[in-house]
Design a protein around this ligand. Structure first.
Ligand code: ADP
Ligand code: MG
Length: 415
């Protein structure tokens, strides 16, 4: 019977790394991957399954896959642990066993580069080949070294079907890892695409905003060219001209800091600074729509996350709020700190059209939009960023009266 209960249990153990793979996706730490694949390696070695008089030995799967995904250090650690634990289990000539492993180790070292740049399909093929190679070389070389040349025909050939089953299991694991990776990549791309859309829309309002100071600078320069102008007046006009130019410059640099592609870096975020920056970027957009921004940023708090992503989330919320007030209105931005619970709540309120209960429930679902040119990706980005910061979002809204976003975030650990 192929579907032995032990086999199913072992299969489950093999797929164990998947459960933890996603949360730690970003940490490409070789030591972390080592631990992730060490656990199934040790468990499968401790509880081998006997089928058809042959031992179904799944240890090769975490060994090969962990090595290929983790790189050199993970490989060395996994092979070292395999040898150490095999010695501890006893009943083996460790020296012969180590020699039998060498061809696979060498092949892995050669395959790293190819594996890194390979497509998912190619990776599955590589893992299949590698698992098969491992099984063929290890048992046969070991048998030869132990002076048992009849092993190949007597034991190895009959167990070939089971070896193939193992290789297929390994391919399934790679398939799942690759699916998780593809999903993750797609989400990142959506965030990027929505960001570019917001950037291009805000560009229009920035251009508009910059035109005002330029017009006044032009006027003052005209005044300055009057030879009958007194020294005091001349000084005053020059000062105003410089101020206006500085304003234009700061609007442009705010805009550029929004548009610039940023490397994601997890760091402490000073909340009052991040919100002030976001409200500055939003202000040109708000002016265009006749919306007044009231930011109360007198408290002080620090949260932890990616600065650029957090700012993007706040801008997306603010942009929706402004768009909900076509006839003008007020956008309020504030936050309150709860020292006891070690949390902070950011409140973003508008006096716009509001949403029905049903609309609120659909927020965050991709492609849900009530706007003619909407994408429905803005809120998706908001929710994914805040979730990534271990935060929570609560939306209250009343149709015709306005909407309030409450964002609850954990405070950063004090240094
Ligand atoms: P988009 O802005 O492209 O429509 P979003 O994901 O940013 O996509 O928003 C989805 C929908 O949520 C909007 O179309 C709108 O109906 C609703 N919405 C979001 N925020 C507000 C708000 N502050 N007031 C009213 N409706 C809102
Ligand atoms: Mg939007």
């Amino acid at each position: 019977m192929l579907f032995h209960s032990d086999l199913i249990l072992n299969a489950f153990i093999i797929f164990l790394p998947l459960i933890f793979y996603r949360p730690f996706y970003k940490r490409k730490n070789p030591f972390f991957l080592y631990v992730l694949f060490l656990v199934p390696l040790l468990i499968t070695m401790t509880f081998p399954v006997k089928i058809f008089d042959s031992v179904l030995d799944l240890r090769g799967i975490p060994l090969v896959i962990g090595s290929l995904y983790g790189g050199l250090y993970t490989t060395l650690l996994l092979f070292g642990s395999l040898l150490a634990y095999r010695q501890a289990l006893g009943g083996i000539d460790l020296f012969h066993y180590a020699i039998a492993l060498i061809p696979t180790a060498v092949l892995l070292l050669i395959a790293f580069k190819t594996f890194d740049g390979a497509s998912a399909k190619k990776r599955m093929l590589l893992v299949f080949g590698m698992c098969f190679f491992l099984r063929v070389t290890v048992v046969n070389i070991y048998a030869l070294l132990e002076g048992n040349p009849s092993f190949f025909m007597a034991s190895f050939v009959p167990s070939l079907p089971i070896i193939l089953v193992q290789c297929v299991m390994a391919v399934m694991l790679v398939f799942m890892i690759e699916t998780i990776r593809a999903q993750h990549r797609m989400q990142e791309e959506i965030i990027q695409a929505e960001k570019m859309k917001v950037v291009s829309e805000i560009a229009a309002s920035v251009a508009h905003e910059v035109r005002n100071p330029l017009t006044s600078v032009r006027g003052f320069i005209q005044l300055l060219s009057d030879p009958s102008l007194g020294d005091r007046k001349r000084q005053e006009f020059s000062a105003i001209t410089l101020e206006e130019l500085d304003r234009a410059e700061s609007i442009i640099s705010d805009y550029l800091s929004l548009a610039k592609p940023q490397i994601e870096k997890l760091e402490p975020i000073v909340l009052e600074e991040a919100l002030a920056k976001a409200s500055q970027i939003l202000s040109s957009y708000a002016n265009l729509q006749n919306v007044e921004i009231a930011a109360d940023l007198t408290s002080s708090a620090t949260v932890y996350g990616s600065k650029s992503k957090f700012r993007q989330a706040i801008i997306n919320i603010g942009k929706n709020a402004i768009e909900a007030m076509p006839g003008g209105g007020k956008l309020s931005l504030a936050f309150t700190v709860n020292e006891q619970a070690r949390t902070v709540t950011v409140t973003i309120a508008d006096t716009g059209i509001g949403m029905s209960e049903q609309q609120i429930n659909r927020l965050g679902a991709p492609y849900y939009s009530t706007k003619e040119k909407g994408t429905g990706l803005g809120t998706m980005v908001i929710f994914s960023v805040i979730r990534g910061m271990n935060g929570r979002i609560d939306v209250r809204s009343k149709e015709g009266a306005g909407t309030t976003y409450y964002i609850m975030l954990p405070l950063a650990q004090r240094a």
